[in-house]
Design a protein around this ligand. Structure first.
Ligand SMILES: *Cc1c(COP(=O)(O)O)cnc(C)c1O
Length: 424
């Protein structure tokens, strides 16, 4: 469900023609729909309405302050993976007691900042991290609330780069060793065990892997309780997939129902960390065709956005639907590669795609780009990062200015020993 629709042959985001925004802010830009974001969050939240729960939006999917603020206004918390994301979450107005902190490589200063802020819990990913957090908390005379992120060794059947819950992945603590690790944690003076967490991967389009993980965690929680270790929070992570092409991911209601059914007699607050399912289909990357060319065997559409703006196709071979902003094309479709200006052969947003016969100057919308789009973008090839825009009804607002060439060199400095003119 989203609010990108054609009225006659003109693509709208809610009630604003996409071409109008392109005229005002230039291209490329990321475009988000307020109504879609709200709808996705509320649907997900309502799905778990029958049980005590907290939805902690995974900031890494889209960390723009306006997006995070919108979700915080709806009662959302945050799943963060760095000090930078902690900063963003707090700045956007997320309540610290709704922030969970995951990630395998938390630094001392990041841990300090999170303790100072008073976050809900750290999802601990190794025994050394556990000891480090205990030590830092003790120096700060604080008690760190923790969950161990266990690796349940289930196969999420997704792309290998975004699978995280297999034994061979770097994430979490092997579930077989976790009981011992919890006993260890219990003996530490400055940590308080409050939860168990896991996150098995991303873009998961079946319910079974989530249930498999839940069953394993449930078993662990029972053992912990038998051991006198009380668990208040069960954090099942994120990972629910979305439709990019022909995928048929479960609806949040079906996902929630399967989870709730398997949680009977459990006295815990459930934490969910959805990212993609909230923002993915709430955003598009709007770009303009610069040139077209044909090398005899292949037709290329060269656009003003590249892999630095949207990395997913080159990184994972991901599919993003491509829609014309003015659907004025009558004739037959052509098969084309949609490529960017970057000096890499991996710089494509679509390959061998049946598309309308786009001409130079035409606008296209690269759909389902709200998650892991802008947040993964870079300045590669010294390209200023693009603007981000949010539409609400008849209004639109630039929620991040387009970077300039000055932004590119901010912080850089030519040292004294290079000052002066030429080598003598
Ligand atoms: C990436 C990540 C998420 C969000 O994953 P989605 O697939 O976007 O829902 C949640 N929790 C953790 C720990 C993550 O690393």
């Amino acid at each position: 469900m989203h609010h990108f629709n054609y009225v006659a042959d003109e693509l709208y985001c809610e009630n604003v023609p996409v071409a109008t925004i392109a005229g005002a802010v230039g291209t490329p830009f990321y475009l988000y729909s307020h109504a879609t974001l709200s709808h996705h969050f509320k649907t997900f939240d309502q799905a778990f309405g029958k049980v005590p729960h907290l939805v902690c939006f995974a900031l890494k999917a889209n960390s723009n302050l306006a997006v995070v603020r919108l979700l915080a206004n709806l009662g959302g918390g945050a799943d963060i993976v760095s000090g930078g994301e902690l900063y963003r979450a707090l700045k956007a107005g997320v309540s610290p007691d709704k922030i969970v902190y995951s990630g395998v490589g938390k630094r001392i200063d990041e841990i300090q900042d999170a303790l100072r802020a008073g976050i809900l819990m750290f999802n601990i990913e190794s025994s050394q991290e556990l000891l480090a957090i205990n030590k830092i908390a003790s120096r700060m005379k604080k008690k760190a609330h923790i969950a161990l992120r266990v690796n349940p060794d289930v196969d999420p059947r997704t792309h290998p780069y975004i699978s995280t819950g297999l034994k061979k992945n770097k994430f979490g603590i092997d579930i077989g060793r976790s009981l011992k690790e919890y006993r260890e944690a219990r003996g530490l003076s400055h940590v308080e065990i409050v939860g168990v967490s896991c996150h098995i991967g991303s873009q998961i389009t079946e319910i079974a892997p989530f249930v498999d993980a839940l069953v394993k965690l449930k078993d662990l929680i029972a053992r912990l309780q038998a051991d006198g270790i009380d668990i208040r929070y069960l954090d099942l992570g994120g990972g629910l997939g979305i439709r990019y092409d022909q995928e048929e991911p479960p609806h949040p209601f079906a996902y929630a129902e399967a989870i709730i059914k398997n949680m009977q007699d459990m006295d815990v607050t459930l934490i969910l960390e959805p990212g993609r399912v909230i923002v993915g289909n709430a955003g598009a990357l709007v770009t303009r065709v610069l040139y077209t060319k044909n090398n005899g065997s292949r037709h290329f559409l060269i656009i003003d956005a590249g892999m630095n703006d949207l990395a997913r196709p080159s990184l994972y071979g991901s599919y993003h639907a491509i829609w014309p902003v003015r659907d004025k094309y009558a004739g037959e479709k052509i098969k084309a590669d949609v490529v960017g200006p970057i000096c890499e052969s991996g710089d494509f947003l679509a390959r061998d795609r049946e598309l309308p016969d786009f001409a130079p100057g035409d606008l296209m919308a690269v759909m389902s780009a709200g998650a892991y789009g802008f947040s993964m973008s870079s300045n590669y090839n010294s390209r200023p990062r693009v603007a981000e825009v949010m539409v609400k009804g008849l209004e639109f607002s630039v929620i991040r200015r387009r970077e300039t060439c000055q932004s590119l060199v901010r912080g850089e400095k030519v040292p004294d020993f290079l000052q002066g003119s030429q080598v003598k």
